[in-house]
Design a protein around this ligand. Sequence first.
Ligand SMILES: [Zn+2]
Length: 140
Amino acid sequence: MLMRLGRWLRLLGQDVANPEGISDSELLRQAKREDRTIITRDNGLFQACRSAGVKCLFIRSCKISDQLLEMAREGVPLQLDPERCTLCNTLLQEFECEQSMKWECPGCKKLYWQGGHCRKMERMLEMIRSRRDENIRWYS
Ligand SMILES: [Zn+2]
C-alpha cells in the first residue's frame, strides 16, 4: 500500500524494511525487535501498534507528495541521500566511474547514478520543502 513511499524513504537515506506475507502480530513483534516505526494507512494496524506499544505513523494522504510532506513533519530530512537500494534495502556501494559517482547494490546489482531522474526528484523535494515551510509559518 505504501511501497512508493517506502522507496522514496530509502532514497532519503532511511532504513526501510518491507516484510511480506506475515501476520500483523508477527509484524508488531518484528518492529519491536528491530526498534522500527511502522508506517501504515491501515487504521486497524495503527490501533494494534498503539496497544502493543510499537511506534507507528498513520499516513492520511494517498498522494506521494503529501505522504512525503507528512514524513517531513515527523522529522524525516528531505534530502536525497542514496544509501540504500530502493528495491531491496541493501546498503549501496559507492564507486567512481568516468568522473561521476555511481552506486551499486551488492544485493540485486541495481545501479544508481546522478542523472535526469535525480534532478526531477530534487525538484519534487524542493516543492515539498517549500510547502512544509509555508505550513510552519501558517501555524506559528
Ligand atoms: Zn538491491
